[in-house]
Every structure is written in C-alpha cells, then in structure tokens.
Design a protein around this ligand. Sequence first.
Ligand SMILES: Nc1ncnc2c1ncn2[C@@H]1O[C@H](COP(=O)(O)OP(=O)(O)OP(=O)(O)O)[C@@H](O)[C@H]1O
Length: 600
Amino acid sequence: MTDAALRAPGAPVRAELSLWRRFLHRPLGVTALAVLLLVVLTGLFAPLLAPHDPNLVDFTLTQAPPGAEHLMGGDSAGRDIFSRLLYGARTTVYGAAIACLVGVGIGVPAGVAAGYFGGAADRICSWISDAVQSVPGMIVLLIVAAGTGADFTVLMVTVGVFMTPGYYRISRSRALAVRREPYVDAARVAGLTHARILHAHMLRAVHAPVIIQSALTAGVAMGMQTGLQFLGVGTASAPDWGQMMNDGFRTMGTHPLILLWPSLALGITIAALAFIGSTLADLVSVRTEPARRRRTAPAGRHAVDAETPASSGALVHTVERSALRIDNLRVTYATAHGDKEVVRGVCLDVAPGEVLGIVGESGSGKSQTMFSALDLLSQDGRSSADGIWIGGREAGGLSRAERHALLGTRVGYVPQEPMSNLDPCYTIGHQLVEPLRAVHKLTKAQARDRAREVLLRVGITDPDRVMASYPHHVSGGMAQRVLIAGAVAGKPDLLVADEPTTALDVTVQAEVLELLRELQQEYGMALVIVTHNFGVVADICDRVVVMKDGRIIESGTVGQIFAEPADPYTAELIHASQDDSESRDDLDAAWHEAGQKVHT
Ligand SMILES: Nc1ncnc2c1ncn2[C@@H]1O[C@H](COP(=O)(O)OP(=O)(O)OP(=O)(O)O)[C@@H](O)[C@H]1O
C-alpha cells in the first residue's frame, strides 16, 4: 500500500499531534499553564518554601510594610503574609480539586448514560440536574457549614455537587452526538456490550470537553471557596486566601497591600484557569450537534397506514431455512404532524448462501427495514413485527443481551459511509481486534492474527501498517475494505451491506462489489445488499425485493425482474440504473480498464 493510498485527501495532518502537543504551541495557554503549575507546586511544597510559620503571631509585625525578612509584610494579627499566601495556595488548590473530582465523578457518568441510553434514564438525570441547578447554592453551603461545623472538605464536596450540572450537560450532549455515529452502531452490531461501548467510545469522546469544563469549574470553585472563607466559613487553623482578603478588607483604607496580595493571587490563578480553558476550547472544536445518520427524504410524505397488508409474497424460505427472515415489519416515527409509518408490513427472507438485494429510491424504507433487524433503529422510532428470525432463532423473543450476542456472532454489517464508521480516536488495528477479543473471545495474539488475515483477504497487502494507522490515514476505498474485513472477521452467517459503494468512486465501487461477491461465495454467507441502484446488484444478487414508500411492491429472481418488471416503478428504476454511470457494465468496465486486481 502506498502513502497516497494510506492518506485520504485532505486528511487532518494536525490531528496526528496530540491535543497537548498542540497546546504547547499556544504561548498564552503555555504561560497560563505555567502559572497554574506554579500555584499548585507552591501549595504542595508550602512547608518547604514558607520562610515563617504562617500562624505565628509577632506583634511587632502587625500591619508591617514589606521588608527583607517579610517580603509582603505582616497582617493585622502580626503574621507573615508571604508564608500565609503560600499555605493559602495549598488550601485553594485542594478545595478546587475536590469540587472538580465530585463534579466529574457524578456529572460525567450521569451525562454519558443519559445521552447514550436516552429514554427514562435521560429524563430522570435531566430532571435531577435541573433541580440541582435551581437550588440556591450559597444558602445550601451556609446550611451545610452550620451542620458540619464548617468542615472544609464537606463544604467543597457540596460545591462539587453544584458543579455537577455543568459536567452533566456537556457529557450528555457529546454522548447524544456520538451515540448516533455509525461506528457506535457498528460496535453494537459487532456485539460489544454497552459497558464496553460506553468505555471505549463515549468516555473517550467526552474527555476533551470535560478537561475544558474542569478548568472553568476550578476557577468557579475557587471563587466560591474564597467567598465562603471571606464570610468566615472555614477552618481557622489553616491559612486561606479568603480569610486573608477578609482581613485586608477591614484595613483596606489604611493598609491596602494586605488586601492586594491575596486578591492578586486569586485573580491570577482564576485567570490562568480561564486562559487554559479557552485555549483548550479553541483547539478542540467541540461538536455538540447530533451527527447525521443517513440521508432522509423530506418528512410528511407518508401517511400512517396501519392497514397496509404485509407483502408476504417476498417470502420464499421457511424460518428454518432462512439466514434472516422478517415477517410483517412496521416502523413508525412520531413527527410534528403525527405518526409517520416508514416501513409498512415488510416481509423478506434470505437463505444461507443466497444474495438478496433490497432496491428502492431514497427514503423508500430500505435502511429502516435493516436497522430494525439489526437493532439499530434510532430511539424515536418504534418497530413491530410478527417475527424477525436470525439463523432460525426468533430475535424478538430474546433478551437484549442475548440478541446482541446473536447479532455479534452471526451477523456482519457493512455500513454506508466508511469513514464515519471508524472511530477516529483508535487505530484500525484496535478497532478490528477489540470485537474479536470481546465477542469472539480470542486472545490478543489470535485476534491480531485473524485481523491481519482478513485484511490480507480483502486486498490490503500491508496489514501491519494499516493496523497501526488511524482512520484519517486511509482512503475511503481502503476504509471500506477495513470495514468489510471487520464484518467478516467473525465468520458471520449473514452479511448486511447498506449502500456499501455509495460513498466510493466508480473504480473502487467495482472492486468493493467484486470483493463482496467473492467473500460471500468463499464463506457461504447469506448477503443482503441494500442499494438504490439496480445496476449495482444485477450480477451479485440471486433475488431482489423492490421497495417504495415503505412497502415491497415487487420481488423475484434477478432474471425475472429484469426480464419482466411487473410494476412500472421497477421498470423505471431499472431504466434509471442503465442510464446511470454507476451501472454494473460501467463498473465492470472501469474495473477492467483500471486493470487492478481486487486482492493478491
Ligand atoms: N429519525 C427519523 N425520524 C423521522 N423519519 C425518519 C427518521 N429516520 C428515517 N426516517 C424516514 O424513514 C423513511 C425511510 O428511510 P430509510 O433510511 O429507510 O430510507 P432508504 O430507503 O434507506 O433511503 P436512503 O438510502 O436515502 O437512506 C424516510 O422517509 C425517512 O425520512
């Protein structure tokens, strides 16, 4: 494989640099980070750095001006301000760290779970988050202070609880966006458990926004903590900046320096955190909009039609002889104009070793049909069916875990858009090996060997290099080969390919179709290929079902349908595909012209 093949045009080269390495190229961010580190180190090593005992009272030092021995002078009680400032940094950093840990520990898992699972989990968590936000924090803190004898740690835990909604919101919105990413669908079909998906994809997706949020939260926590200490709430034995400000406030008119030092320390620390946060936010473009799942036709075209009879004519095998069988499937979405039925009584089946094409124009319900079978329907969709059998087992009768295990081991899925089906955060090798280890229980070495073997089989001549690459290093055609390799790595009985060539250029389309045909024959799999183009399936499929407006309007062998299309819509589709540059003849011609071999 050449470099050109490895790198997609316009691949984000800068993405190779880690976030932190890019951060180090920002002078403002680096300066702010250095200041923060200085504050943290000062707090940690205060006992070594402080020239005097911070609580030692020396009346000769009362409100003394700065001097050689006491760099910042003395406070109103005769204590060394510089030493107290150093110890105060320790209290401030400790308090902010507790608040952030509590916020992250509660807000992130809750936000990720709410965004990923949706439904009741989302509603309950959002309700709690809103409730926490609506509680007046300062009053609660004063009550907690009174009840706990102003225990500083408990107070900062309470501050952390009030920071939770910020973490919750940001994690939820990231999880909502990522859960619709095709690579999460692919992970589900591959049989990965929710726990693994949450850990591998969701937490990874939220970590950058959470770091940014922590920088801002730490600043807010420091402000609240200092405010409490200023009001006299806190431990008197440990010096802190709030107490020092309170002391300085009282003598501000005559000795302004006593107020200036702690105010400067607090202001600089909070500003450093704000600059770190804004630099990070600048570097990480946090996408919160939900990812587009598929192309969709304009809403409102379909009326609810629960009475439409099931198109059972498309069934030709018994349940026992089917790799997949769907009986009377209906899918409905709630829209602003009422329920919209987008799949209306679909029946279809495919036998082991058989290739079925599902053909229809965009929006005809092809993908929704297969999403229902693969348990990938989006959360706002409802499906019902008389039965969906995978390898003769009724999937509807299984628990969610059993159904995922069945899908993971028996079904492979090749999605529409290769690039968005690979997680940009992980190497290709990791993404191929993980399901083999988690679902097929191979050891790491066995999984790597199997991944290498299937990559070679799909025509990737340098599997080690590809496995070490990130998705943005490879071209679209290469990414589709990787996904096909991943889909067949577990030796499934059924392979579902949803518009597998749509996003590819014409030569690569021909190669990918040829590859699918070869793999299907070699593994003896059933193959369901979803496409809008009759030409693409003409010499791959044994049988075809034609869909329109959520229904199957015609089905039969490819020969029959091509020779005598019964429905004018089918004839129109065939005609359109013959005019289309992506027709099978053109694809084959392109492939032969390119003189390329699909695999070695
Ligand atoms: N989340 C949703 N909410 C409402 N309607 C939806 C949703 N997802 C899909 N639909 C509708 O379902 C219908 C069928 O969509 P489907 O994705 O199955 O089409 P398709 O035949 O696969 O075409 P394409 O290849 O363009 O995706 C479309 O009319 C679409 O607008």
